[in-house]
Ligand binder design. Structure first.
Ligand code: GDP
Length: 139
C-alpha cells in the first residue's frame, strides 16, 4: 500500500553550492509537506550502510566518499503519490538527461554529484526515513 511518504537528501554538492533554500522552495512549490527534517553529516561507514544496495557497483567508493564529504539535509516528505511525484520533480540521475524544471536539471553537476536523493519505492522510503528519524522527530 502506498504510504504517501518519500525520503530525500539534499546532497553535499548542493549544500556546498548554496542551494538548500532554492531546493526546499522547489519541494514546497511541488506540493510536498515536510514531516521530518535535519541538517547532519554522514560518516563514510553510515554512507556505506545507506547505499549498501549499490555495494557491488563500480562507483560505490566514489559515492560513499562523496556522500560523507560534507553536510546534507535529510527529510521525510508527504504528498499523494509521493515517491513517484518526487522522482519526477528531481529528474533523471544524470543531469544531462534530466528534464527542464527538475531539481537535478537546475542544480546537479554530474551523475555522481546530482544534488538530491529521492527514494525509488514506498518500501525504501520507509527504510530510508527510519535510517535518519525516530518517531519523535516526525510531525
Ligand atoms: P538515483 O535513484 O537517481 O539516485 O540513482 P541510482 O539509485 O542509480 O544511484 C544512486 C546514486 O549513486 C546516484 O544518485 C548518484 O549519486 C550515484 N551514481 C549513480 N551512477 C553513478 C555513476 O555512474 N558514477 C558515480 N560517481 N556515481 C553514480
Amino acid at each position: 500500500m502506498a504510504t504517501n511518504r518519500t525520503f530525500t537528501m539534499i546532497k553535499p554538492d548542493a549544500v556546498r553550492n548554496g542551494h538548500i533554500g532554492a531546493i526546499l522552495k522547489m519541494i514546497n512549490d511541488g506540493g510536498f509537506r515536510i514531516v521530518a527534517m535535519k541538517y547532519t553529516q554522514l560518516s563514510i561507514a553510515q554512507a556505506g550502510q545507506f547505499y549498501a544496495v549499490h555495494s557491488a557497483r563500480p562507483f560505490y567508493g566514489e559515492l560513499t566518499s562523496f556522500m560523507s564529504s560534507g553536510p546534507i539535509v535529510a527529510a521525510i516528505l508527504e504528498k499523494d503519490n509521493a515517491v513517484a511525484d518526487f522522482r519526477t520533480l528531481i529528474g533523471a540521475t544524470n543531469p544531462v538527461e534530466a528534464a527542464e524544471g527538475t531539481i537535478r536539471k537546475a542544480y546537479a553537476t554530474s551523475i555522481g554529484e546530482n544534488a538530491v536523493h529521492g527514494s525509488d519505492s514506498d518500501e525504501n522510503a520507509e527504510i530510508e526515513g527510519n535510517f535518519f528519524f525516530s518517531g519523535l522527530e516526525r510531525f
